[in-house]
Design a protein around this ligand. Structure first.
Ligand code: F6R
Length: 260
């Protein structure tokens, strides 16, 4: 795992967006795995800016989102489709037919989950996966005890996740309890994984992911099994890592070298 400790989340967003932009320029039909939540928003802002001011072309890109809530009506403002339209798709030229979400409605959800996996395979797999991590260590909505080999499927959200995400809901508003999510096995097949985590609330999950044993109790730890993972942290999310000062120095040295 490559662990980078940044001075603040904005620096991390800059780093990740540059990685994505370089990949899109190199491979115009890049297959991108995308996350929602508050963490990647600053990355999406930068990608939109690059599209609008430098003409970076996303028209060949194919996207697969990690997760979606079940049974929200089409266009619901809490759905992850809505979130992605609002924060990313409305500002770039990813073709609507190239945007994919795991199933959230309809009859045979298990069959639709399988179709989602097949669609990823048909386009040659995900080249680059953008990830966040829950305070309980979930990646996607793979809550603790999810199988490390899991594929796209329906999950019930953990109590902690519901509490963490209640900040997005008005008092009295019904919060969805179930979602479809790409599996840990699905995520681990991406060519490259870029995970961001910020704030003290993520420190335990980051510690478990980087320095803990590989365990279904902390799904983020499964990333240790992947050869190309970059973790972009701030001082708070890195605060429980025994090597935090080393990681910080390595990144500062890299930066200095780049400037010379
Ligand atoms: C969202 C997702 C989740 C979030 C995680 C962190 O698509 O897959 O795993 O990445 O819950 O959420 P934030 O960024 O809001 O802290």
């Amino acid at each position: 795992m490559k662990v980078l400790v940044f001075g603040n989340p904005e620096e991390s967003a800059e780093y990740i967006s540059q990685e994505i932009l370089a990949a899109v320029r190199h491979k115009p039909n890049l297959v991108l795995g995308l996350a929602t939540g508050s963490t990647p928003i600053a990355v999406y802002v930068r990608l939109i800016h690059a599209h609008q001011t430098q003409g970076v072309d996303f028209s060949g890109c194919i996207t697969f989102n990690l997760d979606e809530y079940l049974d929200l009506p089409e266009g619901h403002e809490r759905s992850y489709r809505y979130f992605m339209n609002q924060h990313f798709f409305s500002g770039v030229n990813v073709r609507p037919s190239n945007r994919h979400f795991p199933p959230s409605q309809g009859k045979d959800l298990a069959r639709q989950c399988l179709d989602y996996e097949n669609k990823i395979q048909e386009v040659g797999g995900i080249d680059m996966q953008v990830l966040g991590i829950g305070s309980n260590g979930h990646i996607g909505f793979n809550e603790p005890t999810s199988s490390l080999a899991s594929r796209t499927r329906i999950k019930t959200l953990a109590e902690k996740t519901l509490r963490d995400n209640s900040r997005f809901y008005r008092p009295g508003e019904v919060q969805p309890q179930m979602a479809s999510t790409a599996g840990i096995g699905t995520i681990l097949e991406a060519g490259k994984i870029l995970l961001q985590a910020f704030g003290l609330k993520k420190a335990d999950a980051v510690h478990a992911a980087v320095e803990g044993p590989v365990s279904a109790f902390w799904p983020g730890s499964a990333l240790q099994l992947h050869p190309q993972v970059t973790l972009c942290l701030d001082a708070d999310s890195a605060s429980k890592l025994s090597l935090r000062d080393y990681y910080k120095r390595v990144r500062e040295n890299d930066e200095r070298r780049l400037k010379e």
